[in-house]
Design a protein around this ligand. Structure first.
Ligand SMILES: [Zn+2]
Length: 267
């Protein structure tokens, strides 16, 4: 997972939000809203989110098709499972709020995250009609917030040679990293296979080139190979950038980067 920059609110969304929140408020006064009460007006943002996220899922960083994927509500709109003994009402008033909308693949959204939205033990629940975060401390990492998901989730190698796998783990024991990996199942088998293929087919050739240049001791060739790797691995539409970042960091740790004057910024 990497940071998402949505850009400005799409034209027309604010008018939709005002009208829809008013409509929902009347429903909520009578009974908890159901999924069908929300309609699909928030779909007007689908294209903008898809582009802003480099055509990838905001959680697993896999490539997604614009037509068959979901506008994801970070704070769930209908019901929210916040933890044992917590209220389960959804964040209905945020269903059309730009800052609450993301673009996710069906696997991450429908199969894994669903309505899960656990809060830290001492966190309060965001009062109705207030803007987040307020007094609320979510455990799930919001890729569009100021915090960087890479600071919470790290990819580490397991095993060697062709059998080597790369798995996401909590960076420096981050509790939120651990919960986020668990909720979204970021270590699910089909993703782990994709991680392995990405490392061997996309990152691997760059690692080899950089290694060769370092072996030959030619600073200019090293710098050129490094620049070419960053350009390919971190271009906006490239998948699994958080993984590529950790693979480069693993093969070329800070001491080596310093020696050769190589910068590795978080994507
Ligand atoms: Zn996904």
């Amino acid at each position: 997972m990497i940071r998402v920059d949505r850009g400005p609110t799409p034209l027309g969304l604010e008018a939709i939000r005002k009208a829809e929140v008013k409509r929902l408020a009347a429903i909520v006064r009578r009974a908890p809203p159901k999924a069908k009460d929300f309609g699909h007006e928030y779909n007007v943002v689908r294209g903008a989110l898809w582009k802003a996220q480099g055509r990838k899922c905001c959680y697993c960083e896999r490539r997604v098709d614009r037509l068959y994927n979901d506008v994801e509500h970070f704070r769930p709109k209908t019901r929210a499972y916040r933890g044992p003994g917590r209220p389960t009402h959804g964040y209905w008033w945020l269903a059309w709020t730009w800052e609450n909308l993301l673009f996710a693949c069906p696997r991450c959204n429908r199969r894994h995250k669903k309505n899960r939205f656990p809060l830290a033990r001492k966190s309060l629940v965001l009062p109705a009609r207030q803007n987040p975060p307020g007094p609320e401390r979510a455990l799930l990492i919001d890729p569009s917030s100021k915090e960087d998901p890479i600071c919470h989730i790290q990819f580490v190698p397991l095993g060697a040679g062709k059998r080597r796998k790369w798995l996401p783990v909590a960076r420096r024991g981050s509790r939120r990293g651990k919960r986020t990996i668990k909720i979204l199942k970021l270590a699910r088998p089909e993703l782990v296979d994709d991680y392995r293929d990405h490392v061997s087919d996309v990152v691997g050739p760059h690692v080899e080139k950089i290694r060769k240049a370092i072996g030959a001791g030619d600073g200019r060739t090293v710098a050129k190979a490094w620049r070419s790797a960053l350009k390919t691995l971190f271009r906006p539409r490239q998948v699994f950038q958080a993984l590529s970042y950790d693979v480069l960091d693993h093969h070329f740790p800070p001491a080596i980067r310093q020696r050769w004057g190589l910068d590795l910024a978080r994507p």
